[in-house]
Design a protein around this ligand. Sequence first.
Ligand SMILES: *Cc1c(COP(=O)(O)O)cnc(C)c1O
Length: 396
Amino acid sequence: MTITPLMPVYPRCGFRPVKGEGCYLISEDGRRALDFASGIAVNLLGHSHEHLVGAIQKQAATLMHVSNLYGSPQGEKLAQRLVDNSFADTVFFTNSGAEAVECAIKAARRYHHVKGNPHKHTLITFNNAFHGRTLGTISATNQEKMRDGFEPLLPGFKYAPFDDLEAALALVDDNTAGFLVEPVQGEGGIRPASQEFMAGLRAICDEKDLMLVLDEVQCGVARTGTLYAHEQYGITPDIVASAKGIGGGFPMGACLATEKAAAGMVIGTHGSTYGGNPLAMAAGDAVLDVILEPGFMDNVKSMGERLRSSLEQMIPNHDGLFESVRGMGLMLGVKMKVDSRGFVAHLRDNHGLLTVAAGDNVVRILPPLVIDESHIAECIEKLSAGARDYQVPQAA
Ligand SMILES: *Cc1c(COP(=O)(O)O)cnc(C)c1O
């Protein structure tokens, strides 16, 4: 037997965290690392945040799980808070990002179905998109590495170059249900969509009664300095998939929709055993307590600007390695002139700094949203030191 008990779908590394403290992770062998990966944009309050831990402990001891067959005061409360603070009129809770996207895809199709247009089932999505790992969500991306060997995939998706409005509009036909797009591509390499692109998609959706479905699983929940990133584009979506940061580390997600977009989502059309259980709702509620505090988003914005300008100042000192900085708020990426995966591993193993590699040779910098200036200074110090002693692997 050579297969590992833990299915070997991840290239696991020697850094094995066993404890988290604020913005730091501590490994099994006692190393301490500055966590500017945040579990890939999940731990937005850092680790072992007192308010979040307390809420989870209290709810776990009171009522952990009940079926969605019963009334849910906890779910109603959190849904109401999300509705009060967003474009949405209604929320379906899930356990993950992929499930939130699945719910969004189903809602978009059902919208047209109940209007008597079942042929309007195709969503236009974008190159280098990442929407999750279920069969539905890998069908919604044309990235070969995620689809290879899993065919046949789901029909009902077409792909256009990201941020290319004309190309997207050219794919619209009588079968189009709408668009599925990340306002800021995460996995694809921290690429914010342009204002014209987002506004253009909204305009065609209005004109042809299509659904604008946003995947804000990574860029949502205060990551960019607003509760959802689309707020900064001044557009209103029909459906938004949210997850990652929404539970602050507790596995949960949400599909947010307007009343109009959710017209088809009636009793019996969708469900989840765990989705929205009291423990998850307590976690989500505690996260909102913190991020909706006056001043929290302002701090994300100002820390984002500081981090960005510090990164920009660092680039000329290492211009053989780094090219540019991109992103929004505390969702930042450093575009490299060399493969970013090797450099991310070097920072982790030799400099105690955790970041995440992304497509297009980008180093994703996704700190907890509670960082202060000292964490930014430490990140820049470690990044610079890492850049100084990095030996670029020679291509074989
Ligand atoms: C992470 C991610 C997903 C998938 O979320 P899971 O919780 O891993 O299922 C979907 N969309 C985007 C944009 C993501 O970043």
